[in-house]
Write a protein that binds this ligand. Sequence first.
Ligand code: NAD
Ligand code: ZN
Length: 369
Amino acid sequence: MSRQAKAVVCREWGQPVQVETITIDPPKRGEVTIKVAACGVCHSDHSATTGKIQYPPPLVLGHEGAGVVVEVGEGVTELKEGDYVVSTFITMCGKCRNCVRGRPVLCENARKSMVTLPDGTVRTHGKDGEDLYVFGACGVMAEYATMHVDNCVKIDDDVPMSSAALVGCAVITGVGSVFNTAQLEPGSRAAVFGIGGVGLNAIQGCVTAGAEMVIAVDTNEKKLEMAKAFGATHTINTNEVEDVSKAIKKLSAGGVDYAFECVGNGKVVEQAYKALGRAGTVVVVGVADMKDKTSISTFALPADERTLKGSWLGSARPQYDFPKILNLYKANRLKLDELITKTYSIDEAPQAFEDMIAGKNARGVIVFE
Ligand code: NAD
Ligand code: ZN
C-alpha cells in the first residue's frame, strides 16, 4: 500500500533541511517497505545539503537507519514482515566483479543508484506528486522507507533500534576502517583525526583491535573528552599545538603506525601523513569536497614504505560485518548506546543538524514514534 510519512528533505543546497509529509510507494519486485524506528544524523547528510556531496535535490536524507519490515515486494525471499533491518547506503548486487571478490562496498552497480533505488527510479514523492531522490538508495530519515533488499541487512531483534541504526554508517565506517581497511595489528600506535560519530568509532575500533596507543585529535575540547571515554590514551587539541604532526611524533616516539583521517580535508590528510612512523599507513575516511587536494612527500612513500589508502563504509561486507558488530556490542566489546548524545523527534530534525554542525553531539539520533 501507499503510505504518507513525515520525512526530512533537502529542497535546495545551502538551505536548512525541511520536514515534509511525503508519499511512499509500496515495494516493487525485490523491495521492502520498512517502518523506520531510528535514524542517525551523519555529517554526510549535511554534506548532501550543502552540495559538498553532490546529490541533487529534492532529496530525502538519511542512510543510518534501523526499522521493521512492514511489507515485502514480489520475489523477496531474504526478508519477511516483522524482520528487523539496518540500512546500508551501498547497494550490494552480489554479482559484479567487486561483489564476488569480497568488496561489496565497491559494487559496480551501486554507482548507478546513489540517489535512486537500483532500477533507477524512486518510490518517494512530494505533495505535487514530484519524484524525490533518496540518499544512498535509502532515504531513511522518514517514518517509512521503501528500499531494495540489497540495501537492507537483517539483524537480531534484541538490540535497541537507536543503537542498531548507528551500525549502518558511523560504527561500521569507523570500526571497519580499523578492522577491515587498516587491519591494525595488536600493539600498534594509532592517531585518529576528527572525533565525530565516525572518529569515535575509529577510536573504539583501535582499542578493541588491541592498539597500544590511541591519540585523539580534534579542534573541540568536548570531543576530546568523549574520545577519552571511548578509550583514547592521549588527546591533542589542534588549537593548543603549533604543529600537530610533530606533537604526535613526540608522543609516539617517532610516529604512529596508523593515522585515521575522519574529517574530510586535504590539509588534515597531510598532517596525518606527516605524523606517520616508518611503514605507517594513513586511512582517509572523511569525505572531502570534490575539488579538495592533498600534498604528501613523494620521497617518504618508498623510503619509509608508507601507505595512503581510502576507506569506504569501513571496507565492509555489510551482511557479515553488521551482525558481527552487534555481537561485539552485546559482549560489551563495543559501545553503541554511549554514542547517542541526544535523541530528537522528526519535527526537531533541523535542530539535530544544527547541533551536529555546532559539534554538540557524538551522534544525534532521530527516533520515530
Ligand atoms: P562529525 O561532524 O560528527 O565530526 C567531525 C569532527 O571533525 C568534529 O568533531 C570536528 O570538530 C572535527 N574537525 C573538524 N575540523 C577538524 C580539523 N581540522 N582537525 C581535527 N578535527 C577536526 O562528522 P562524522 O559524521 O563523524 O563524519 C566525519 C567525516 O566522515 C565526514 O567527512 C563524513 O562525510 C565522512 N564519512 C565518510 C564515510 C565513508 O564511508 N568513508 C562514511 C560516513 C561519513
Ligand atoms: Zn554516514
